[in-house]
Design a protein around this ligand. Structure first.
Ligand code: CAA
Length: 258
């Protein structure tokens, strides 16, 4: 197995579990951690034995943001030349479904990382925020865009301009998270959801993810047409034949391309 310094990587059945592991910094996201995270999930993306991924942190913090100490003394040219944060969102280009299991703080880049995942299951102790304005900056890992898509202008402006934190219940009401569960169960609940996903046809799950994500990139007519064409293409797969045969025969489908 790969050796990582900032994350722990495990397999639970067909689910890959990645745990951010910089407890001394509340999982602050530095370049080394993000490089490892992207590498680990990229390997799972192409591993036929892995059908879905869960990304989680600790009980206290999913991640308390990008690593402030790593950025503090940098100048404009350094940030620009490195194109700081480029590559970190490579996570969003992977096709495997990724569930974020958030307990405790998901702030700044931590909230942004959770939003790069396909959906968020939150513990009832979760706290989401984009407090960058308190540091004299703004979100830099997509927060101004993904938060606005998720919760709309009113709450996104409120969060980004005041820097206040949003609790789990408000986050669910606003559409930022898909489910709230007791904090102690958040990883198990996310693993269960991921195991359900991993029991489906992997290529079909990937196509489903692409179709939903298209809603954020293209207009309605183009998006609906994309969906319909992709829907047609699935009739070339063995898994469509198996899924529909299993329904007709009143049995559980045995997908080949898991
Ligand atoms: N970067 C670097 N180190 C961090 C960090 C971060 N984002 N967040 C926490 N830490 C470190 C602290 O410096 C501290 O280290 P030391 O023990 O060496 O001092 C350790 O983690 C524990 O943190 P606290 O002692 O502060 O813990 P707390 O329980 O008192 O407070 C907290 C928790 C409210 C989350 C507080 O740590 C905090 O406000 N963190 C920063 C949150 C933030 O501003 N995030 C945005 C970062 S900028 C960004 O993310 C840009 C972007 O858009 C990508």
């Amino acid at each position: 197995a790969e050796q990582y310094e900032n994350i722990l990587v495990e397999r639970r059945g067909r689910v890959g579990l990645v745990t951010l592991n910089r407890p001394e910094a509340l999982n602050a996201l530095n370049k080394a951690l993000m490089d490892e995270l992207v590498a680990a999930v990229s390997a799972m993306d192409v591993d036929p034995e892995v059908g879905a991924v869960v990304v989680t942190g600790s009980a206290k913090a999913f991640a308390a943001g990008a690593d402030i100490k790593e950025m503090q003394s940098k100048g404009y040219m350094e940030m620009y030349a490195a194109d700081w944060f480029r590559g970190w969102e490579d996570l969003t280009r992977l096709r495997i479904p990724i569930v974020a299991a958030v307990s405790g703080f998901a702030l700044g880049g931590g909230c942004e990382l959770a939003m790069m995942c396909d959906f968020i299951i939150a513990g009832d102790n979760a706290k989401f925020g984009q407090p960058e304005i308190n540091l004299g900056v703004i979100p830099g890992m997509g927060g101004s865009q993904r938060l606005t898509h998720a919760v709309g202008k009113a709450k996104a402006m409120d969060m980004v301009l005041t820097g206040r934190f949003m609790g789990a219940e408000e986050a669910e009401r606003a559409g930022l998270v898909s489910r709230v569960v007791p904090a102690a169960d958040v990883v198990e609940e996310a693993l269960k959801a991921a195991e359900v996903i991993a029991s489906k046809s992997k290529p079909v799950a990937m196509v489903a993810k692409e179709a939903v994500n298209a809603a954020f990139e293209v207009g309605l007519a183009q998006g609906v047409l994309f969906e319909r064409r992709v829907f047609h293409s699935l009739f070339a797969t063995e898994d469509q034949k198996e899924g529909m045969a299993a329904f007709s025969e009143k049995r559980t489908p045995e997908f080949k391309h898991r």
